[in-house]
Design a protein around this ligand. Structure first.
Ligand SMILES: Nc1ncnc2c1ncn2[C@@H]1O[C@H](COP(=O)(O)OP(=O)(O)O)[C@@H](O)[C@H]1O
Ligand SMILES: Cc1cn([C@H]2C[C@H](O)[C@@H](COP(=O)(O)O)O2)c(=O)[nH]c1=O
Ligand SMILES: [Zn+2]
Length: 194
């Protein structure tokens, strides 16, 4: 479990800002971990704002929802720049499904941290072909803390780092859940990849 080095307390005079990335395959617990950190920040009475890309309509428009139904209120936004406009005087910013944002997200996150905010993101590090899912690799590079979490391979039960697409759809972006994707380990992913 990730132990927060600092919660960035509101009254701390020299609040520096920091960037955290939670990455991994589908079903690896990224959203659960994001919600856990955000709830702890709320317990610390910090002002928390949460965003997700508006194309992600999973389970609810105005909530981030995990595959095991943990929920937290969130604001859907169309563009990365909207996060800057809407973050106000918050102490902590949560961003889910960060892989779906445009490349502006990198400078947005840098600016938020420069304002002294703690930015916690969750997103896929690889797409259904096992290729890096931009802009996540760049966000990992600028983060102080990167947590890679793992799912369970649906073929062999080992740890999974890959998201296997069950259909022949070629578009990079294809929203879906268990009907469309399976978490797989490296061996089980590549042996069925066409
Ligand atoms: N193959 C799997 N491996 C691990 N957890 C799974 C798997 N399939 C479903 N789950 C469920 O998904 C939950 C994690 O959901 P979530 O945090 O939304 O993951 P992510 O955001 O990484 O897709 C787990 O706690 C578990 O209940
Ligand atoms: C691998 C892969 C996934 N997606 C989509 C499928 C889901 O809607 C999200 C990931 O959600 P999760 O919280 O990580 O489970 O992304 C995609 O569009 N393209 C892909 O290659
Ligand atoms: Zn496997």
């Amino acid at each position: 479990m990730f132990i927060e080095p600092s919660l960035g307390r509101k009254k701390h005079p020299e609040r520096k800002g920091q960037i955290e990335m939670i990455c991994g395959s589908m079903f690896s617990g990224k959203t659960e971990e994001l919600i856990r950190r955000l709830n702890r920040a709320k317990i610390a009475r910090l002002k928390v704002e949460i965003f997700k890309p508006s194309i992600d309509k999973r389970y609810a428009d105005d909530q981030v929802v995990s595959h095991n139904d943990a929920r937290i209120r969130s604001t859907p936004v169309n563009f990365a720049e909207d996060i800057l406009l809407l973050s106000g005087d918050s102490d902590v910013i949560g961003i889910d499904e960060v892989q779906f944002f445009d490349s502006q997200i990198i400078s947005v996150v840098q600016k938020l941290a420069a304002q002294g905010k703690r930015v916690i993101m969750a997103g896929l590090d690889m797409d259904f072909r096992g290729k890096p899912f931009e802009p996540v690799p760049q966000l990992m590079a600028i983060s102080e803390y990167v947590s890679k979490v793992h799912a369970i391979c649906m073929k062999c039960g080992d740890l999974a780092s890959f998201s296997f697409r069950l259909s022949n759809e070629e578009d990079k972006v294809l929203l879906g859940e268990k009907e469309s994707y399976e978490a797989r380990c490296r061996k089980c992913f590549y042996e069925d990849l066409s």
